[in-house]
Design a protein around this ligand. Structure first.
Ligand SMILES: Cc1cc2nc3c(=O)[nH]c(=O)nc-3n(C[C@H](O)[C@H](O)[C@H](O)COP(=O)(O)OP(=O)(O)OC[C@H]3O[C@@H](n4cnc5c(N)ncnc54)[C@H](O)[C@@H]3O)c2cc1C
Length: 491
């Protein structure tokens, strides 16, 4: 238990660094990079909190975690109570403590950040979530008495899980239908083991199971069963669509068909679901990167994950090719720093224009052109433009294209009366997440386009509340407006 210091004293404590595996060692294994705070570090960091009367960090968190109260409990050494407090608003604390872009959310709003480093809220969240799991005393909140209402949730990513968790707390039956054999969505098949171990995702899903959420895998809604059947003979009272944006996107460049060119989706899914990260399964038929030169194209989290994965699979050279500058990359700052320390070579302000191959149809290189920042685009960033006469070919044997992804289409194509935008994202009423079809709600990446875990979770929460209201009074909002305004998320 730590004493509350006077505010001036608190600001004298430097932000506590997250311990991590040595970069050169970790570049050769899939063990977690960040090794986590212990109680002493968590206490010391918590002492830095100014305990603001109006805590901006809470407003900065899309699911509204009561950060100030959590920190107070940590200072009292009440770690289990702190974890339970987080669980009131966030069903995946061990996940969000690891992968949230805190610098743009809770920590981005921390008042300390005006003059000092912000409070390491994410690291403290991870510590209490892991502490709770280690002691086996998970503080699951109580559920309301059963209402007898059943809700089908399509997709087991963060949006689906968050919605399911909130629905069971309100006494409804929540059944998650997942197309794949593994649960968790991108948390399971996208984000690599060295950032988010599968065991952590599994443990949070087990917690939801204990709360009463039911899961069915290998159910492809739109093929195995339709939404109309779910609402009809299957007897569900409402449906929440949380199918994500996992459709691979390519650049339509010459040579894209060559052997050795992959989408990030295929690359990461195969590595994750075929367990290439696990030495026990290293004979699995995944990508042989050993001794090869691999280039990944893109600047988002997916690109950084793919290039660091290639490095761990034994690539001799792992290039990251991005058309803007490093500071403009949307990937988390921490991941960029980690990648560079591990030996990833950044080739920024470069863009591919062609993939080059040999007579056997195998990739031998990628033709690149240099870029320069041009006029600002709609996002306010300067649109990169090619510099004439700057072409060169980088010899590589494998390329992973990580330039964003599109809407997963199956549910929409099997449900013609569901309103979508021209890129296939589902349109919803932004207040209630209600779609154009009565009883059907949608949220997460399938509405917003590729975003973040916590935003998907926030959408799941918002939908759970709206579904609960609908189940109570049967009233259907008549405003159906917008959603999924993105065409391409190539950053
Ligand atoms: C490689 C990678 C790294 C990322 N890193 C981060 C990060 O560090 N931090 C962060 O905040 N965000 C990160 N993101 C983004 C984040 O993971 C997503 O925004 C988030 O997972 C979206 O959640 P979701 O629930 O909407 O969809 P998803 O997580 O995509 O889940 C959708 C689920 O629906 C299932 N499904 C699809 N169609 C059907 C169907 N017809 N029937 C049944 N099931 C179906 C899918 O199999 C999937 O399991 C990353 C994304 C990727 C791809």
């Amino acid at each position: 238990m730590a004493d509350r210091l006077p505010p001036k004293e608190r600001t004298k404590i430097p932000r506590q660094e997250m311990p991590e595996q040595d970069p050169l060692q970790r570049a050769n294994n899939f063990l977690e990079v960040n090794t986590g705070f212990d109680a002493a570090l968590a206490q010391k960091e918590a002492q830095r909190c100014l305990q603001c009367v109006n805590p901006h960090c809470v407003h900065g968190c899309p699911v509204g975690v009561k950060v100030r109260e959590v920190i107070d409990l940590v200072l009292d050494g009440k770690y289990l109570e702190a974890a339970a407090k987080i669980r009131e608003d966030n069903v995946l604390p061990a996940v969000t403590g690891r992968v949230c872009p805190q610098e743009h959310q809770c920590e981005g709003s921390c008042i300390l950040a005006k003059r000092f480093a912000p409070l390491a809220i994410g690291h403290i969240e991870r510590f209490v979530a892991d502490y709770e799991q280690r002691t086996g005393q998970v503080g699951l909140p109580p559920c309301a008495p059963p209402t007898g209402k059943r809700v089908a949730i399509i997709g087991s990513g963060p949006a689906g899980l968050s919605c399911a968790g909130d629905l069971v707390l309100q006494g409804h039956q929540a059944v998650v239908l997942e197309a794949l054999h593994e649960l968790g969505g991108v948390l399971a098949y996208g984000i690599p083991e060295f950032r988010l171990p599968k065991a952590i995702v599994q443990q949070e899903i087990d917690n939801l199971r204990k709360l009463g959420v039911e899961f069915q895998t290998n159910v492809v809604v739109g093929k195995t069963v339709t939404v109309d059947e779910l609402l009809g003979e299957e007897g569900y009272d409402a449906v929440f669509i949380a199918t994500g944006a996992g459709l691979p996107r390519f650049m339509n460049l010459p040579g894209e068909h060559l052997g050795g060119v992959y989408s990030a989706n295929e690359f990461l899914t195969r590595v994750n679901l075929m367990k290439a990260y696990d030495p026990q399964h290293s004979d699995s038929p995944v990508f042989d990167c050993r001794g090869r030169s691999v280039a990944v194209i893109g600047g988002g989290n997916t690109a950084i994950d793919a290039v660091r994965t290639a490095l761990r699979l034994g690539a001799a050279h792992a290039w990251l090719i991005y058309r803007r500058s490093e500071t403009e990359m949307p990937a988390r700052a921490e991941e960029r720093r980690h990648a560079i320390a591990e030996g990833v070579q950044f080739l920024t302000l470069h863009n591919p224009i062609e993939f080059v191959g040999n007579e056997q149809g195998l990739l031998t290189g990628v033709k690149l052109v240099k870029m320069e920042p041009g006029e600002p685009d709609e996002s306010g960033r300067r649109r990169p433009r090619p510099l004439p006469d700057t072409e060169r070919t980088l010899p590589v044997e494998m390329v992973v294209v990580a330039i964003g992804a599109g809407a997963n289409p199956l549910v929409q194509t099997s449900l013609p009366d569901l309103q979508t935008n021209r890129w296939g994202y589902i349109t919803v009423d932004p207040a209630s997440m209600a779609t154009s079809k009565r009883g059907v709600f949608a949220g997460g990446d399938i509405v917003s386009g590729s975003a973040t875990v916590i935003l998907a979770m926030a959408a799941g929460r918002q939908a759970a509340q709206a579904i609960s209201d609908f189940l109570k009074d049967g009233e259907w909002p008549n405003v159906v407006a917008r959603g999924g305004e993105c065409e391409s998320n190539y950053p």
